[in-house]
Write a protein that binds this ligand. Structure first.
Ligand SMILES: Cc1cc2nc3c(=O)[nH]c(=O)nc-3n(C[C@H](O)[C@H](O)[C@H](O)COP(=O)(O)OP(=O)(O)OC[C@H]3O[C@@H](n4cnc5c(N)ncnc54)[C@H](O)[C@@H]3O)c2cc1C
Length: 408
């Protein structure tokens, strides 16, 4: 089957890219190949469901540019398509005096990224969230909650209407170059391939003949759920001050739109790309990792953090102690473990965690090699950005300019 564009991965980014392409050029033939039996099966369906504001990200970077506008685009999409969404705002709480300079740095970053940030003192924290303890905090009104799994399913339905070829249960695992086309699984022949394979994106890039500058390491984020009687513990998402050295936001308390309250995610190494539990082990991946200098570099830099996070994952009272720093009234018996998600985190060859999004373009492919949080928030705009590259590869500069017009 000949197509113009084959997209590998039916998470938010793959689906959003297909949408951006077909909305601009309805005559294009676009196929999305998804390995699992449903859309948004991995990261896009296992996350905190927070539409972020752009508070955390280095000004000028892709994350910073795409989060603020991407969040508004996502809210509008949800409102227009009947996906649950609510503007909640959120609070970022410093629990020690030592965290205050970092809180100020976040406030400055947020303002530089166009986010409205309000400083709260102890009394103001207490007024907003009486069950949360902190020495200072930021209030960020431009934050919302949604259900990203539902967004993925809605995008897939919309794509059916736009004429996309949508194939579930279709892992792309064999690639061949024939003339100026790439043939996938001996069957789908594409002018351009878009690699949105999330946790597998480095492997797909290699299989397509690239030498990606990063490798994906899977980091699991585990959640707990508060018992039903405590669902009014907080009114809005409550975040800690994140460690500036790490691309993770820290364990937060998040009231979901269905009324449940989730606490998490932590960040522990996953032992498989689909390592949702400690017992999900992929010996082949582990052998490759152990032989990789990137792991040695990573361990050297972050062993202390890793030991702490692993301990909190394995020893429940340590997790509870962490939560109680922000929410002192919560006890171990008030929470139970409740699922997890696995982040596709890019690591450089010398073991540094890559902070910003990484989208690499070659002659006939676009590879998304790092799309951690807030990529769900920004997914519609990331999709437009990738579509801009694809149109250029197809020689349609007008379509490229048109699809990029709303991308900062
Ligand atoms: C614990 C956690 C919390 C998060 N919280 C937030 C948040 O609150 N807000 C936010 O904005 N972001 C959040 N994120 C980040 C966000 O979920 C991701 O950035 C986003 O979902 C990435 O989408 P994706 O399409 O790149 O990846 P994915 O959703 O992982 O999609 C990749 C798809 O590719 C498929 N695939 C892989 N290999 C193949 C193959 N060979 N052939 C065919 N298909 C293949 C997979 O099955 C998968 O469906 C969080 C992530 C995690 C893990």
């Amino acid at each position: 089957m000949n197509v113009d564009v084959a997209i590998i991965g039916g998470g938010l980014l793959g689906l959003a890219t297909a949408r951006a392409l077909l909305r601009e050029r309805p005559d294009l033939s676009v196929t999305v190949l998804e390995a699992e039996d449903r859309w948004g099966a991995h990261q896009s369906g296992h996350n905190s469901n927070v539409i972020h504001s752009g508070l955390y990200y280095k000004p000028g970077g892709l994350k910073a540019r795409l989060a603020r506008a991407g969040g508004e685009a996502m809210i509008s999409y949800c409102e227009a398509n009947g996906v649950p969404v609510k503007r909640t705002g959120k609070i970022v709480v410093a629990t020690t005096e030592r965290q205050l300079p970092q809180l100020e740095m976040l406030a400055a970053r947020g303002r530089a990224n166009g986010v409205t940030v309000e400083r709260l003192d102890r009394r103001a924290i207490n007024e907003r969230e009486p069950n949360i303890a902190g020495v200072g905090a930021l209030w960020v009104a431009e934050t919302a909650m949604t259900d990203f799994g539902a967004v993925a399913r809605t995008l897939a339905t919309e794509l059916t209407g736009l004429g996309a070829g949508l194939r579930l249960r279709t892992p792309a695992n064999a690639f061949e170059t024939r003339g100026d086309r790439t043939v996938i699984n001996g069957e789908v022949s594409a002018r351009v391939v878009v690699n949105c394979a999330g946790l597998h994106s480095d492997k797909i890039a290699e299989a397509l003949g690239e030498k990606p500058p990063v490798r994906i390491m899977p980091f699991r984020g585990e959640y707990a759920e508060l018992r039903p009687g405590l669902r009014n513990l907080v009114t809005n998402p409550v975040y800690p001050v994140p460690d500036p050295e790490l691309p993770f936001l820290g364990v937060h308390v998040t009231p979901m739109l269905d009324g449940t309250v989730h606490i998490g995610p932590n960040a522990v190494p996953a032992l498989s790309r689909h390592g949702y539990r400690w017992r999900d082990v992929d010996p082949k991946m582990l052998r490759e990792l152990l032989a990789d200098p990137a792991l040695r570099g990573l361990t050297k830099r972050f062993w202390r953090y890793g030991v702490t996070e692993i301990s909190r994952s394995l020893v429940w009272p340590l997790f509870v102690r962490e939560v109680r720093k922000m929410a002192p009234s919560v006890r171990g018996r008030d929470m139970r473990r409740h699922g997890s998600g696995v982040r596709a985190q890019a690591v450089t060859r010398d073991g540094a965690l890559v902070d910003d999004f990484v989208i690499q373009r070659t002659e006939r492919a676009v590879h998304v090699l790092n799309a951690p949080s807030p990529a769900a928030t920004s997914s519609l705009l990331i999709g437009s950005r990738i579509a801009g590259d694809v149109f250029e590869q197809l020689g349609d500069d007008d379509a490229s300019r048109a699809v990029l017009k709303d991308v900062p």
